[in-house]
Write a protein that binds this ligand. Structure first.
Ligand code: FES
Length: 420
């Protein structure tokens, strides 16, 4: 089925398996074989509590969850704008794509590792927060995925069951796990959170317009240049650079790769490309601009124009020119997922067919990264702001009432008048 409207779906969710010969022999240590360290034990303070809610897109943990995952993904007009036919076309496309995508998840070990990494990162971050920010402890970890379990409604129900809201008040922080903001990703997750907040605690709950005692939400909506994030990326790059002979090391190309966006979204004013570029620049600054580098974009799909240059084309082009020492650096995700384990490792790297083309480790359970998450959260809790000033500004071309209302809600009383 041809899609006539652009969207930000990962390329591999829409196309056939590239090569049936791709096997596990090429799987890297980054894959599902990487064991998540056991969550450590820690004591918590008696103050608080504060719910820390990680937002991300999620992924199917098993191949049996693929169809439901795709159905939700194709139903999301923020991610895949199919217009009035969304409800009809979404399930059709999802059903048709399911076998191919199941095969791809099977090739990376049977499912996405994003849930186990998200839960681990959130739990570990909360323990650090209990120590460094006891005034808001205990910090309770929650994960809310947009397209896979645990879904936003499941997370919200857990919050209510755990004693937050429902007339009892309490504080929750929605912490996006997309470091760089896009309306297709963080924006979509916040729209979903706002929707379920209204259904479960807002004016529509029991027909009651009194929302006193509802959960007090604040949002960490972006953190593209946080020094801890930058440090974690830089160290992973340095580790991979050390695998090259010393006389070649300085000439290795650092190829930062992020998920692309349709140019229609870019031209609407989406802040994502600028924020991804900011992360890249900050990482290179930390590395003293030791190596040549480029930012390129992966997972384009469909016939419309997308932000380029494409990662796969870039690697091919450099290899053909004889520059075959390249480190791919996934710069816009906080853990492994199908775009790293399948698209980069099993497509781009195998197609390059050069031992000099490697990938930097994903952030996953990196303790430097988890400390950074705790530092970001601590700064947010201490500042006491509802969201960043950037959240109050809609894209120049945005016509969505939902975006407007969602932003007003999360901006809170003081800042909602700034949302335009
Ligand atoms: Fe960006 Fe609505 S599309 S604010």
């Amino acid at each position: 089925m041809a899609l006539r409207r652009p969207f930000t779906l990962p390329r591999q969710l829409l196309r056939p398996v590239a090569r049936s010969s791709l096997g596990f022999s090429s799987q890297r240590k980054n894959g599902l074989a990487t064991a998540v360290p056991p969550v450590t034990q820690d004591a918590t303070s008696s103050k608080g509590p504060t719910a820390m809610v990680f937002l991300n897109m999620g992924g199917p943990s098993t191949t049996n969850e693929v169809e439901d995952f795709l159905s939700r993904l194709f139903a999301d007009g923020d991610l895949i704008p199919l217009g009035r036919l969304q409800a009809y076309l979404g399930p059709l496309i999802a059903k048709r794509r399911t076998p191919k995508i199941q095969k791809q998840y099977s090739d990376i070990g049977g499912g996405s590792p994003i849930r186990k990494w998200s839960e681990y990162q959130c739990e570990e971050m909360c323990k650090i927060l209990d120590q460094i920010n006891p005034e808001t402890a205990p910090h309770k970890p929650y994960v809310a995925f947009r397209y896979a379990a645990p879904l936003t409604e499941e997370m919200y129900t857990r919050l209510l069951d755990d004693g937050f809201g429902g007339g009892k008040g309490g504080r929750a922080v929605a912490f996006t796990q997309y470091p760089q903001y896009s309306c297709s990703t963080t924006g979509s997750s916040l729209n979903e959170l706002w929707k379920w907040r209204n259904r479960l605690e807002g004016k529509r709950a029991n027909g009651n317009s009194d929302v006193s005692g509802a959960i007090q939400w604040s949002v960490i909506d972006r953190w593209p240049t946080h020094p801890g994030l930058v440090e974690a990326f830089a160290r992973n790059i340095e580790d991979q650079l050390k695998t090259y002979p010393e006389d070649k090391r300085d000439n290795v190309i650092l190829l930062f790769s992020a998920h692309s966006l349709p140019m229609s979204v870019v031209n609407r004013g989406d802040p994502y490309p600028a924020e991804v570029a900011a992360t890249v620049h900050a990482v290179m600054q930390r590395l003293n601009f030791s190596n040549p580098y480029r930012l390129c974009w992966q997972s384009q799909v469909g016939p419309s124009a997308w932000l380029g240059a494409q990662t796969s084309d870039t690697v091919q082009s450099y290899v053909e020119r004889g520059q075959s020492d390249i480190i791919l650096v996934p710069i816009a995700f906080t853990s492994d997922h199908i775009e790293t384990l399948y698209e980069l490792d099993l497509e781009v790297m195998e197609e390059a067919n050069s031992p000099g083309v490697k990938r930097a480790e994903s952030l996953n359970g990196n303790p430097v990264f988890i400390q950074a998450l705790a530092d970001i959260a601590q700064e947010h809790l201490r500042r006491g702001e509802s969201c960043s000033p950037q959240m109050t500004l809609r894209c120049q071309g945005c016509k969505s009432e939902r975006c407007l209302e969602q932003k007003k809600f999360f901006a809170g009383d003081k800042a909602s008048s700034l949302v335009v």
